[in-house]
Design a binder for this molecule. Structure first.
Ligand code: HH2
Length: 275
């Protein structure tokens, strides 16, 4: 399998590490730490030094109950950090669902658009297709309902089948619009309208979704499921998160979205050697 992100091509013979930089005051695990562009850029450089293959910059928190951020504010947060990250030489992904932000960051050199809504908001699909024409990769994530309401009694008859079906349909829609498969990534959206049991079921059966033959991104880092299993606060979930990342890799994930890059890289080195 191959993944093309802007001018970067990965053959996916090993899982890639996506390092998270949240330029927000309210992200659930690192809110406020990197709101200043200089601090965010320094964090991005640190993550690259630690072994990140891709950087993911977000200007709006998507934690349960998070408030939406106005367009101008999101651009003000994200654009300077994107500019500061480009010289690091790694593809930069932007975590956004707003078509205006998608257009602006494509213009400014982003290599991937990562949309927790799976490009379902008005204008997002079209903006994503236009960006893809310029070589930008797209990460399609599954979410039930919206960040305001997603954790109010999430319900599925069969979470693996339903999430898999949603992702299959979105991939088909993008392929029908002319976006090459090698620019698409799918993500079951751990924690987005899912209970702990749903997340565990998805992780256990991830291979079924990975079998679609589209690179699969898994984001479990520091999430509340790790907290529920370990009894730890968000800042203390590194070990649990690394364990979850390894299981995801074992079950077919090819991009691991994490806050703790160095620890994940070490764990993957051991896993890859044995494998
Ligand atoms: N998780 C978060 C945000 N964006 N994107 C993808 N594709 N997959 C994920 O699992 C995912 C995501 C939530 O984590 P974080 O960015 O650390 O927190 P916040 O949304 O509060 O900024």
């Amino acid at each position: 399998m191959q993944l093309n992100l802007g001018s970067h091509t990965f053959t996916l013979d090993r899982p890639l590490i996506m390092g998270v930089v949240n330029v927000t005051p309210d992200s659930f695990s690192d809110g406020g730490r990197f709101l200043d562009p200089t601090a965010a850029a320094a964090q991005a450089a640190r993550l690259v030094e630690e072994g990140a293959d891709i950087l993911d910059i977000g200007g709006e928190s998507s934690r349960p109950g998070a408030e939406p951020v106005p367009l101008e504010e999101e651009l003000r947060r994200v654009l300077p950090v994107l500019a500061a990250c480009l010289p690091l030489g790694k593809p930069v992904s932007i975590d956004t669902y707003k078509p205006e932000v998608m257009r602006a960051v494509t213009e400014a050199g982003a290599a991937m658009l990562n949309d927790i809504w799976g490009f379902r908001r008005e204008g997002a699909f079209e903006a994503a297709c236009a960006a893809a024409k310029q070589g930008v990769a797209l990460c399609i994530m599954h979410m039930q309902r919206d960040p305001q309401n997603m954790q109010r009694e999430p319900f599925y008859n069969d979470v693996v089948a339903e999430v898999g079906q949603f992702l299959r349909e979105r991939v088909a829609a993008f392929e029908a619009a002319g976006v090459p498969r090698a620019q698409l990534t799918i993500d079951p959206g751990f924690g987005f309208g899912k209970t702990v049991a749903h997340n565990l079921q998805l992780l256990r059966s991830l291979q079924q979704i990975a079998a679609q033959g589209v690179p699969l991104l898994a984001g479990l880092s520091r999430k509340s499921t790790i907290g529920a299993l370990t009894g730890r606060s968000a800042g203390e979930r590194m070990v649990g998160s690394v364990a979850a990342a390894l299981i995801a890799a074992q079950n077919g994930a090819t991009i691991l979205r994490v806050h703790d890059v160095a620890a994940t890289r070490d764990a993957l080195a051991v896993w890859a050697a044995v494998k």
